[in-house]
Write a protein that binds this ligand. Structure first.
Ligand SMILES: NC(=O)c1ccc[n+]([C@@H]2O[C@H](COP(=O)([O-])OP(=O)(O)OC[C@H]3O[C@@H](n4cnc5c(N)ncnc54)[C@H](O)[C@@H]3O)[C@@H](O)[C@H]2O)c1
Length: 328
């Protein structure tokens, strides 16, 4: 298939592109580089630098490149920022996302895999979270992703654009070429590894009085390659139906302390920590169930072990001590 990857110069999008090419597909990366990195665009992919709001370039990309499907990863995704700047999140995650759907409708592209988020569930009533659980987002990031999912349903109804929406928590890990380099960084594993590499003084733990194994929050981490493969697998159902799938680590998740301990083992470095108070709105446990995607699509994550995830992220960080050179 010829696939347009929006946000393909970002962390997960670059690995999706890598996996598409490895699987014999052709990939066109569409990214404004507003957050992504030119160096993250995988060799072998065509690159178009433009914003989703640039309707003319987008329509030209879809029709001139003979695009058959879109994997939509371009978005803003910082929970805290979204609370202070909801307008930014509605503009990019909803309005720019709708501009993509309109361009797909106009150009006759009928398949979309959407990178959603498990933040659509808000504070879940039970663990692990299933697709049938209520969606009650507690921040504009989750709300805008859910709003987009609702739009997908109506665009399918009216314009026959089929979609697969993937909801997950924390992507982690790296490949040889692609790794995680955000600025600012808000994800635990890169933060912990930056502390191991002495690029930050310490890791702050937000609360150790939760009702969990060691008092710190439990979270779900998925290796970015397993995640990328799920996106590509999801392309396969779009001739038949639309669906929503959760992606989770398949176990009980890991506490913040467990992540830090594994990172100490993998790196052999000191990782100073500082205990801080709880953050408002942080649930004790967030773990998603992958039962549905395993059952229906045969998704088989191969890199679930936290050691493997952290080893790959550490190897990438050592090869790229300053991340991508164009880091802004
Ligand atoms: N990283 C995670 O743990 C995680 C978890 C759940 C869901 N997601 C979702 O996965 C997707 C990718 O996440 P990521 O961590 O790789 O993000 P990222 O910031 O690394 O990548 C996003 C890319 O999209 C591009 N982009 C953003 N808005 C654009 C626009 N309007 N036009 C063109 N390009 C644009 C940016 O330049 C960037 O390269 C996002 O949609 C995010 O919500 C991520």
């Amino acid at each position: 298939m010829r696939v347009l990857v929006t946000g393909g110069a970002g962390y997960i999008g670059s690995v999706v592109t890598e996996e598409l090419i490895a699987g014999g597909h052709e990939a066109v990366v569409y990214d404004s580089l507003y957050k992504g990195h030119r160096e993250a665009v995988v060799p072998g992919a065509k690159f178009i630098q433009a914003d989703l709001m640039d309707g003319e370039t987008l329509r030209r990309a879809l029709s001139d490149e003979g695009i058959e499907a879109v994997i939509h990863m371009a978005a803003d995704s910082l929970v805290g920022e979204s609370v202070g700047s909801p307008a930014k999140y509605y503009r990019n995650n909803v309005i720019a996302g709708l501009a993509l759907l309109d361009a797909m409708r106009d150009c006759g592209v009928k398949r979309l895999v959407f990178s959603s988020t498990a933040a659509t569930y808000g504070e879940p009533e039970k663990q692990p979270i299933e697709e049938t659980d209520p969606t009650r987002p507690t921040n504009p990031y989750g709300e805008t992703k859910l709003t987009y999912e609702h739009a997908l349903r109506w665009y399918e109804n009216a314009y026959a654009i089929r979609y697969a929406s993937l909801r997950y928590f924390n992507a982690a890990g790296a490949t040889g070429h692609c790794g995680e380099w955000h600025n600012p960084e808000s994800h635990l594993i890169p933060i912990v590894l930056q502390a191991a590499a002495e690029k930050r003084a310490r890791v702050e733990i937000y609360g150790d009085d939760y009702p969990t194994r060691d008092g710190t929050c439990v979270r779900d981490y998925i290796h970015v390659v397993d995640l990328a493969r799920a996106h590509i697998l999801a392309l396969g159902i779009l001739d038949e139906r639309s669906s929503i799938y959760n992606l989770g680590c398949g176990g009980d998740g890991y506490t913040v302390r467990e992540v830090i301990d594994v990172a100490r083992e993998v790196t052999g470095r000191e990782i100073p920590v500082q205990m801080g108070p709880r953050r408002a709105g942080d649930p004790a446990v967030l773990v998603a169930s992958s039962a549905k995607i395993k059952r229906e699509l045969g998704w088989k994550p191969e890199r679930q072990d936290l050691h493997k995830i952290i080893e790959s992220a550490w190897a990438w960080m050592q090869k790229h001590p300053n991340g991508y050179e164009s880091q802004k």
